[in-house]
Design a protein around this ligand. Structure first.
Ligand code: ZN
Length: 246
């Protein structure tokens, strides 16, 4: 019996069929819509800003004093009440916040890196399974207080040039598209979480001087074009340089 004959002989079938079709389509749309909403909700807000470090960074030092251990800036907690727009703790906190949101990859090209707060953020990323790579200057990697050595001890590969020219970059790319795709290929994953690329770049070295007194700038942006360009240059350098730990 054809379905049309069935409907003609039993009109209530038509009603049931119509209602069933509407219900099924609602269920299917709901199944698609819900994870999309979820991803939308989980996706961090856009970032596109510049952080300045200058002679005013420690004007709020006394406000944070109780939270500061004398040994480093690594133990400082951001204080939401701080009104200093140049607060060094808030500035570093903005960088840490982005690293804390990394899902798959953090690629770093940095001349000097002694900041414990940033190193702690990288350790947390490693614990989440984020793949971290560092390019640095061979003289600076082994300098006093370098957090790069510590990262290397935790399994982070470190490469750099072997010439006398300086590897003078100070940038970081989080979840760069090219790198995420590479990780997907290497790990043979069929599905990868929807991520956002973030670029952090500027004049500032990740040191106490850089964050706590020098006149420096640091741009934090999720601009796809810039993040892609920096990721491509990082990948090019990564292939050209050798491990600094051998
Ligand atoms: Zn402050």
């Amino acid at each position: 019996m054809l379905i049309t004959d069935l409907i003609q002989s039993h009109p209530y079938w038509a009603i049931a069929l119509g209602a069933g079709t509407i219900l099924a389509s609602e269920v299917i749309w709901g199944a698609i819509k819900y994870p999309l909403r979820l991803i939308g909700k989980l996706r961090p807000p856009r970032v596109h800003e510049v952080v300045f470090f200058n002679e005013l960074v420690e004007n709020c030092y006394s406000l944070h004093y109780n939270n500061i251990r004398s040994d480093s800036e690594g133990s400082m907690e951001p204080d939401s009440q701080c009104a200093n727009p140049y607060c060094t703790i808030k500035g570093i906190g903005k960088m840490v916040k982005q690293i804390d949101q990394a899902v798959y990859a953090v690629d770093i090209a940095i001349y000097t890196f002694t900041s414990m707060a940033l190193c702690e953020a990288l350790k947390r990323a490693l614990h989440r399974g984020v793949s971290i790579r560092i390019i640095s200057d061979r003289e600076m990697v082994f300098s006093s207080g370098s957090q790069i050595n510590l990262c290397a001890d935790l399994g982070v590969p470190v490469r750099g040039p072997t010439t006398t020219f300086l590897m003078h970059h100070k940038f970081l790319v989080i979840d760069g598209v090219e790198r995420v795709q590479e990780i997907q290929r290497l790990k043979q994953r069929k599905w990868m979480q929807n991520t956002r690329s973030v670029l952090i770049s500027g004049s500032v070295n990740w040191t106490r001087m850089g964050f706590g007194g020098n006149w420096e700038n640091c741009i934090i942006t999720d601009d796809k074009v810039l993040a892609g360009a920096f990721q491509a240059e990082f990948n090019r350098m990564w292939k050209a340089f050798k491990s600094l730990r051998e």
